[in-house]
Design a protein around this ligand. Structure first.
Ligand SMILES: Nc1nc2c(c(=O)[nH]1)N[C@H]1C(S)=C(S)[C@@H](COP(=O)(O)OP(=O)(O)OC[C@H]3O[C@@H](n4cnc5c(=O)[nH]c(N)nc54)[C@H](O)[C@@H]3O)O[C@H]1N2
Ligand SMILES: Nc1nc2c(c(=O)[nH]1)N[C@H]1C(S)=C(S)[C@@H](COP(=O)(O)OP(=O)(O)OC[C@H]3O[C@@H](n4cnc5c(=O)[nH]c(N)nc54)[C@H](O)[C@@H]3O)O[C@H]1N2
Ligand code: SF4
Ligand SMILES: [Mo]
Length: 668
C-alpha cells in the first residue's frame, strides 16, 4: 500500500521546499510539494520531482570500489574503510594531517552534512577550502557594508512599491520568489529586471534593462549620480547612519553619465528613469549571484548596496538589499557540531584555485584528496587544471551517489545515500527562514551508506570514535541547542515538519549595523583591516575591452555559464530523458556576423580550453554575449569550466566564473 510522508528538499537552492513523498514497498514513487509549507505551499520544481529518479536510478553507486590497474573493482566496506583509515594514519605520521585536502561544495543542505568538518578537525586538521564559487564576493561585500548579509522575509515584498530583480534568474532558480513577484504585481507593484538575458522573469517585468555583463556596479553608480543631481537621495539616512559618503561622492564625480551609459550599454534616459524608480519608495532589490561572479564582483554588490542606502531603502518594510540570508544558518550551533578547537594543524586553499594550490603545495605536498558533496571536475573553474591536480595525488577518495566526472578519477569511491534514505533537517541561508525536517523514508539501495556512517566508521578506526558516538537525535538536538529555550526543539520540528527561525524579518530596522563603525559603510573599515583600501571603485571585469583590449580583440564574446533549468548543477544531466546536447546560446548579432543558424555545430574556445556544441540563436541575449548552461558532463560535451578562469574576485573570496571572454567558430 502506498502512503505519503512529509519531507524536505535537500538541494542547494534558494527555496528550501517542503515535500510530500509517496512511498510504496520501501520505494519512493513520487515527489510532490507540501501544501502546508508556509512559504513553498505545495509547489516544487522539476529538480525536486527528479529526486525520485535520483533515488531510484539504476545508475546509483551501490558498492565501495577501488581502482586497480585502471579499472574499478567492488570491494567490501571493511576493506575500503580499513585501507582509507590506514592511509590517513600513514599520512598523519609521515607528512602531517594537512597533506590531506578536503574538497567539497554544498550539494546537500542537511545540517549533519557539516559533520565532515568534525571528522577532519578531530583527525588533526586538514587543508580546507576558503571562499565560495557561488556567492563569495557578494557575501564579503555585504559584510563590509552592513556587517552581515541579510534578507527581508518573503512576505515583505508586498510592502514594496517598486521591485528590482538585479541579475537573479528568478523563474528558473527561485520559483517561490517568482510567485511572489506575480502576486506583488497584481497588488500594484512595478517590476524592473536588470540582466544581460531577457529571461522568463524579464517577460513579466514592467521594464527590462539589458546590460553588458559585469557592468552593474557602474550602472548603480550612474543611478546614484542621477539621484544626487535631482536631489532624490535620502539625506537623513546618509547623514545619520552611514560612513564614508564623501568618498562615494568623489567617486561619482570621477565618471560622467555618458561614460556610464557607454560602458553599461544602458541608454542615458533609462539611467535617469531608474533614479526615479529608486526614489519612489519603498523599493526592494533582489540581487542574484550571477551578478558577482566577476573580478569586480564584490565592488558590484557594494555599489548596489550603496544605491539602496543612498535612496533610503535600508531597514524599511518593502525595501532591502536582498542578496543572501545568513541569519538562517547563523541560528544553529556549528561549533558544537564541528569542534574547531580540536584541530591542531590547518591550512587553507582558495576554493577557486584549489587545483593550482594542489599542484604547487609543499610542506607538505597534498597526498590525498577526499571529495564530499561536490563534483569539482565539472564545477570548479579551469577544469583541465582541476583534472591535472586531482590526477596528481596519490589517493583520491570520492563519496558520491553517482559515477560523476570526479568519481571517475577516484582511487576509492564510497557510495552514499540520498536525502530520503537518512534523517536530517534542511535549510537554506539564501531566501526564507524556515527549517524543514527530513525523515528517513526508505532503505538505501545496495550498500550505500550515509556520509555520517562513513565518518563514524573512519573515526573508530582512527581512535576518535567517541567523538562520533551519538544517535541522530542527539546530533540534531546538539545543533538546535541555541533555539531550545524558545521552544524550537527537535520534537516540535518532527511534529510540525517545519518551523520559523527567530530571525529579523526586516533587517536593519534599528539602524544598528554590524560594522566597526556601527553604520552602513560606503568606505569599509573591515576592508581596510583586511589590507584593502575599503573604498568603492569603478572597477570593470578582468576580461573586458577596458582592462585587456588585446584579449578582447582575440576573444570578442562574453561567455555566461548560468545555472541549468532542469538540473541542480551537474546533478541531473545523466538522468534526463532523451539525448543531452551541449547548447551554445548566442546573441543575434553574433549569429548575424558569423552567419550562424540554429543547430550549427560550433567550437567555443579561449586560451584555457574549448567545448563544442550546437547553436541556438537567442534574440534575448545582450549583444556579443554567449551562454552555455553550467554543469554538463564530459560525455555530453562539457564541462564548460574548460573555459572559465580560476581567478578570484576583488575581495578574494568569490569566483570569476562569468568574467570570461571566448571566441566561436563553426566546425563540421
Ligand atoms: N534550476 C536551477 N536552480 C538553481 C540552481 C541550479 O543549478 N538550477 N542552483 C542553485 C544555486 S547553487 C544558486 S547559487 C542559485 C543561483 O541563482 P541565480 O543567481 O538566479 O542564477 P545564476 O545562474 O547563478 O545567475 C544567473 C543570472 O545572472 C545573470 N547575470 C549574469 N551576469 C550578469 C551581470 O553581469 N549582470 C546582471 N545584471 N546579471 C547577470 C544571468 O543572466 C542570469 O539571469 O540558483 C539555485 N537554483
Ligand atoms: N561555470 C560555472 N560553474 C559553476 C557555477 C556556474 O554558475 N557556472 N555555479 C557555481 C555554484 S553557484 C555552485 S553552488 C557550485 C556547485 O558545485 P557542486 O556542489 O560541486 O555541484 P553539483 O553538481 O551539485 O555536485 C554535487 C555532487 O555532490 C553529490 N551529492 C549530493 N548529495 C550528496 C550527499 O549527501 N553526500 C555526498 N557525499 N555527495 C552528495 C552529487 O551527486 C553531485 O555529484 O558550482 C559552481 N560552478
Ligand atoms: S530544487 Fe529548489 S525549488 Fe526545486 S524543489 Fe528543491 S528547494 Fe524547491
Ligand atoms: Mo550556488
Amino acid at each position: 500500500m502506498a502512503y505519503v510522508k512529509k519531507a524536505a528538499c535537500p538541494l542547494n537552492c534558494w527555496d528550501s521546499c517542503g515535500l510530500m513523498v509517496t512511498i510504496e514497498n520501501d520505494r519512493v514513487i513520487k515527489v510532490e510539494g507540501d501544501p502546508d509549507h508556509p512559504i513553498t505551499k505545495g509547489k516544487i520544481c522539476g529538480r525536486g520531482r527528479m529526486l525520485e529518479k535520483r533515488t531510484n536510478s539504476k545508475l546509483r553507486l551501490l558498492h565501495p570500489m577501488k581502482k586497480i590497474n585502471g579499472t574499478f573493482k567492488e570491494i567490501s566496506w571493511e576493506q575500503a574503510l580499513d585501507e582509507i583509515a590506514d592511509r590517513l594514519k600513514e599520512i598523519k605520521e609521515c607528512y602531517g594531517t594537512t597533506a590531506v585536502l578536503h574538497s567539497h561544495d554544498y550539494a546537500n543542505n542537511g545540517i549533519l552534512k557539516n559533520l565532515d568538518q568534525r571528522f577532519f578537525n578531530c583527525y588533526g586538521g586538514v587543508t580546507e577550502l576558503y571562499g565560495s564559487l557561488c556567492w563569495g564576493s557578494g557575501i564579503e561585500a555585504q559584510k563590509w557594508d552592513f556587517g552581515n548579509a541579510l534578507s527581508h522575509e518573503p512576505e515583505d515584498i508586498f510592502n514594496s512599491k517598486n521591485i528590482v530583480v538585479w541579475g537573479r534568474n528568478v523563474a528558473r532558480t527561485n520559483m517561490h520568489l517568482y510567485e511572489k513577484l506575480l502576486e506583488a504585481k497584481k497588488r500594484g507593484a512595478k517590476l524592473f529586471v536588470i540582466d544581460p538575458i531577457y529571461h522568463a522573469t524579464a517577460k513579466i517585468a514592467d521594464q527590462f534593462i539589458s546590460i553588458k555583463p559585469g557592468m552593474d556596479g557602474i550602472l548603480a553608480a550612474g543611478i546614484m549620480k542621477e539621484m544626487l543631481r535631482l536631489g532624490l537621495e535620502d539625506r537623513t539616512f546618509i547623514e545619520q547612519y552611514t560612513y564614508g559618503f564623501q568618498d562615494l561622492l568623489k567617486l561619482l564625480h570621477s565618471i560622467s553619465l555618458e561614460t556610464v551609459s557607454e560602458m553599461t550599454e544602458v541608454p542615458l534616459e533609462v539611467i535617469t528613469q531608474l533614479a526615479g524608480v529608486y526614489a519612489d519608495k519603498p523599493v526592494s532589490t533582489y540581487m542574484g549571484l550571477g551578478l558577482q561572479r566577476y573580478k569586480n564582483g564584490g565592488n558590484t554588490i557594494r555599489l548596489i548596496d550603496a544605491l539602496v542606502a543612498v535612496s533610503g531603502n535600508i531597514g524599511v518594510p518593502g525595501g532591502g538589499a536582498n542578496y543572501a540570508n545568513l541569519q538562517v544558518g547563523q541560528s544553529f550551533a556549528y561549533d558544537q557540531l564541528t569542534l574547531p578547537e580540536r584541530r591542531q594543524n590547518h591550512r587553507l586553499f582558495s576554493i577557486m584555485k584549489q587545483a593550482e594550490e594542489v599542484l604547487s603545495a609543499r610542506d607538505p605536498e597534498i597526498k590525498m584528496i577526499m571529495v564530499t558533496c561536490g563534483n569539482p571536475i565539472t564545477q570548479v573553474p579551469d577544469s583541465r587544471m582541476v583534472k591535472k591536480a586531482f590526477k596528481s595525488v596519490e589517493t583520491l577518495v570520492v563519496m558520491d551517489q553517482y559515477m560523476t566526472d570526479t568519481a571517475k578519477l577516484a582511487d576509492y569511491i564510497l557510495p552514499v545515500t540520498t536525502a530520503f534514505e537518512e534523517e536530517d533537517f534542511y535549510f537554506s541561508s539564501m531566501y526564507h527562514h524556515y527549517v524543514n525536517y527530513g525523515p528517513k523514508l526508505v532503505s538505501a539501495p545496495g550498500e550505500a551508506k550515509p556520509d555520517l556512517w562513513i565518518w563514524t566508521q573512519l573515526a573508530n578506526r582512527l581512535g576518535f570514535g567517541k567523538d562520533f558516538d551519538f544517535s541522530r537525535d542527539e546530533w540534531l538536538k546538539m545543533t538546535l541547542k541555541p533555539l531550545e529555550q524558545m521552544g524550537l526543539t527537535l520534537e516540535k520540528l518532527k511534529q510540525k515538519h517545519t518551523f520559523e527561525l527567530p530571525v529579523s524579518k526586516v533587517p536593519w530596522q534599528d539602524r544598528k549595523f554590524q560594522t566597526p563603525t556601527g553604520k552602513f559603510e560606503f568606505t569599509s573599515i573591515l576592508g581596510q583591516q583586511k589590507g584593502k583600501t575599503g573604498l568603492l571603485t569603478l572597477a570593470v571585469p578582468d576580461e573586458s575591452k577596458w582592462s585587456n583590449p588585446s584579449l578582447a580583440e582575440q576573444y570578442p564574446y562574453n561567455l555566461l555559464t548560468i545555472h541549468p533549468m532542469r538540473s541542480n548543477h551537474s546533478q541531473n544531466y545523466h538522468l534526463l530523458n532523451g539525448h543531452v546536447k551541449l547548447k551554445v546560446e548566442v546573441a543575434e548579432n553574433i549569429a548575424q556576423n558569423l552567419g550562424l543558424q540554429n543547430g550549427d555545430y560550433v567550437r567555443v574556445w579561449n586560451d584555457r580550453g574549448e567545448v563544442k556544441g550546437y547553436v541556438s540563436v537567442l534574440g534575448t541575449l545582450h549583444p556579443d554575449t554567449i551562454n552555455i548552461d553550467e554543469g554538463i558532463w564530459e560525455e555530453f560535451g562539457g564541462p564548460v569550466n574548460n573555459l572559465t578562469s580560476s581567478r578570484e574576485s576583488d575581495n578574494g573570496l568569490g569566483s570569476t566564473l562569468y568574467d570570461c571572454l571566448v571566441n566561436l567558430e563553426k566546425v563540421n
